[in-house]
Design a protein. Structure first.
Length: 417
């Protein structure tokens, strides 16, 4: 991008941003929660919409001069409804965690119970991990996998827990689970105990919009929250979708209950991203993400990698690098950083190690697929990954691979740069 004004006003910041552009061009981004937005999304995000304060909702603002902000927010809502077959959409949440918290405050009283996936089995911090403030307000109980070799969730135990705990919300969703969730089973259990069903689709929203993974609304779910980046390829932000009956309490929980004025530049960028996701090309993109992930998982396992759940059904995978190559997740992350391959250390189910130096790594294919990589490219990436992890002290090999990664990466354009 051309940073004309920034270069003149603040060359120090401009230099850092330009260095990040180079890093993105020359490296392979494998963190499954990261992606690249289009130039159009970037332009909307940096537009004059950032100047406007717009507390309230469409047609009900607390400031004047809202004809254009109303138009852009209404457009974002309409496109999101079409993408996800949602009855109601709130596009104002500033990110995924605030979206989840707004739902909790809308539907729960202090002490109420939520049944969600255990973090160590793939869940997310905002699903009630003890380090979060929400865990001090609400009673979070957890379910997990019955078999880590296949990833099958123990729905029988989940049902028994629900019958005993009587949760107000049964929460699906994850940040590190490589398989699909059976929404119909969860809905059946929720109906049996009188619980509301909620799905945190942050990781897979784009794959749902791209018609590759099942839509929770098709199985009767009440509420779906999501980020708007990750597989959806929009700006960093959040969104809440729900059945019409929850409209009032959720909207009031977002504003004025939880946050003030929405970021209208961000909502404009969301509208652009949703428009892109409605195009046929996005369906092919989503399909390629899953094909690439399946191929990468296959190639890693063929080279001795132990994958949690034995593979993947979506865009991400977890590799037990400690068992596979006798390196920790932290060591693996740092080693691969030196050759230009970015991923993140991650705990695996029943991990004996700590979160800051776990046994596993988490990686995925959304970002590299956006740049145009296909299945054959996954073979090369698997080769580089395994060579580095098998030879952690071979700096000569690492330099060679770093050069190969740079040559490979620069063949694929980065959108917006």
């Amino acid at each position: 991008m051309n940073y004309q004004y920034l270069n003149e006003a603040d060359s120090e910041v401009a230099g850092i941003i330009e260095a990040e552009q180079v890093r993105q061009k020359e490296g392979i981004e494998m963190i499954p929660s990261e992606n690249y937005v289009s130039g159009a999304v970037l332009e909307a995000l940096g537009s004059v919409m950032t100047n406007k304060y717009s507390e309230g909702y469409v047609g009900k603002r607390y400031y004047g001069g809202q004809e254009n902000t109303d138009a852009i927010e209404q457009l974002a809502i309409a496109r999101a409804k079409k993408l996800f077959n949602a009855e109601h959409v709130n596009v104002q949440p500033l990110s995924g965690a605030p979206a989840n918290i707004a739902v909790y405050f809308a539907l729960l009283s202090p002490g109420d119970t939520v049944l969600g996936m255990d973090l160590s089995h793939g869940g997310h911090l905002t699903h009630g991990h003890p380090v979060t403030h929400m865990a001090k307000l609400y009673n979070f109980v957890r379910y997990g996998m019955k078999d880590v070799e296949t990833g099958e969730i123990d729905y029988d135990e989940l049902r028994e827990t629900a019958l005993h705990e009587k949760p107000k919300i049964i929460l699906a969703g994850f940040s590190a689970y490589p398989r699909e969730i059976d929404y119909a089973k969860l809905k059946s259990i929720a109906d049996e105990v009188g619980a509301i069903t909620m799905m945190d689709a942050a990781h897979i929203a784009g794959l749902i919009a791209g018609k590759q993974l099942r839509n929770p609304f098709d199985d009767g779910f009440d509420i779906v929250t999501t980020t708007t980046h990750k597989t959806l390829r929009g700006p960093r932000g959040g969104m809440i979708m729900c059945k019409e009956e929850f409209t009032s309490v959720i909207d009031k929980s977002v504003f004025p209950g939880f946050q003030g004025g929405p970021h209208m530049n961000n909502i404009a960028a969301k509208a652009v991203a949703f428009g892109e996701a409605l195009k046929p090309e996005f369906i092919e993109y989503s399909s390629q993400v899953i094909r690439n992930a399946a191929k990468l998982a296959e190639e890693l396992m063929a080279r001795g990698g132990k994958l949690i759940t034995g593979g993947t059904s979506n865009h991400l995978m977890l590799v037990d690098v400690m068992s596979s190559w006798n390196v920790t997740g932290k060591q693996a992350q740092e080693l691969l950083d030196t050759v230009g391959i970015t991923l993140n250390m991650n705990m695996i189910a029943n991990d004996p190690r700590s979160p800051m130096d776990p046994s596993g790594i988490r990686l995925g294919t959304p970002a590299i697929t956006t740049r145009g990589a296909k299945e054959d490219d996954m073979t090369k990436i698997a080769d580089w990954l395994v060579q580095v992890l098998q030879n952690p002290d071979d700096t000569t090999l690492h330099e060679k691979i770093k050069s190969e990664v740079r040559d490979f990466s620069t063949q694929f354009p980065v959108p917006g740069i």
